[in-house]
Design a protein around this ligand. Sequence first.
Ligand SMILES: [Zn+2]
Length: 248
Amino acid sequence: MLSRVLEGRRQPARERRSCSRLLGTPPREPTYVVNEGKRTRLQARPTSAPRFAYPLIVTALLAAPTAPYRAERRELDAATCTRITNASWRDEPRCPRFDQLAYLAIPHVTFDGAIAIAERTIELFRRLYVLGFPIRQMKLVDDYAADDDRSMSADNTSAFNFRVVAGTNLLSQHARGLAIDINPVENPWRKPDRLVPSEGEAFADRRVIRPGMFVRPGPVVAAIDELGWEWGGDWRHASDDHHLVWSR
Ligand SMILES: [Zn+2]
C-alpha cells in the first residue's frame, strides 16, 4: 500500500479518511509533527492554529501485532563465537571481546505481517514493532560471509561486523557494535550520483513513501530521535538512510 505526502491547510474528507486508515488510528488532535531541521518532535498544537496548518506526513506501517513484545539477551555461546570468528569478528586488539558483545533475539514485524525472531537493541526494535514498521529479515552478517554489500543486497538488517569503512582504513561504527543497518534496500545509501545497494534503486525517490522506509518527518524517525539514536539519513556528505548509530 502506498502512502502519500499530504500537504495543505485542510485535506478533503476522503484524504483524511485515508490517512486515518494508514495510521490505524485517527490523527490525534493535540499533537502534530514539526520538522525542525535535524530533529523532529511532537508538540502540542496551539489552540489558535488552524487544523493541518503544517504539512502532514504519513508513513507506511503495517498493523501492529497483538502478541506481546518479548526480546531476549544472551551471552555469546561457543557456536556463535565460532560462527562469527574471522567473519564479522577478528581476534585483534581493537575488536570488542566476546564478553563485550551480546546476542539479542528480537521479535519484529515482517513484510507479510508475521512475527519472526531476529536481533539487536531491544527498546529500539520494540518501538519499531509496536509502530508496525516492517523489517525484511535479520540475520547475522556472517551468513553473507561478513560481506556488507551482499548483506545489503539481500535487504538484510544487521549490526555487528568488525570491518573498516569502505575505501578507508577507519573502523566502521559497526566494528564497535554501535551501529545497525535496517532495510538497506528500502533505505539505500545515497549520493546524487550513486546509490548502494543497487537493489534499492526503486526507493531512490524518498517522496514515494512505502512500508519499511525511514522518512523524516514521520513517527518512526521521531521514535529514533526520542530514543537518542543518530540517523544516517540526517548526514550531509551522503544520506545513509538504513544506518542508525548510538553516538552518545
Ligand atoms: Zn551502517
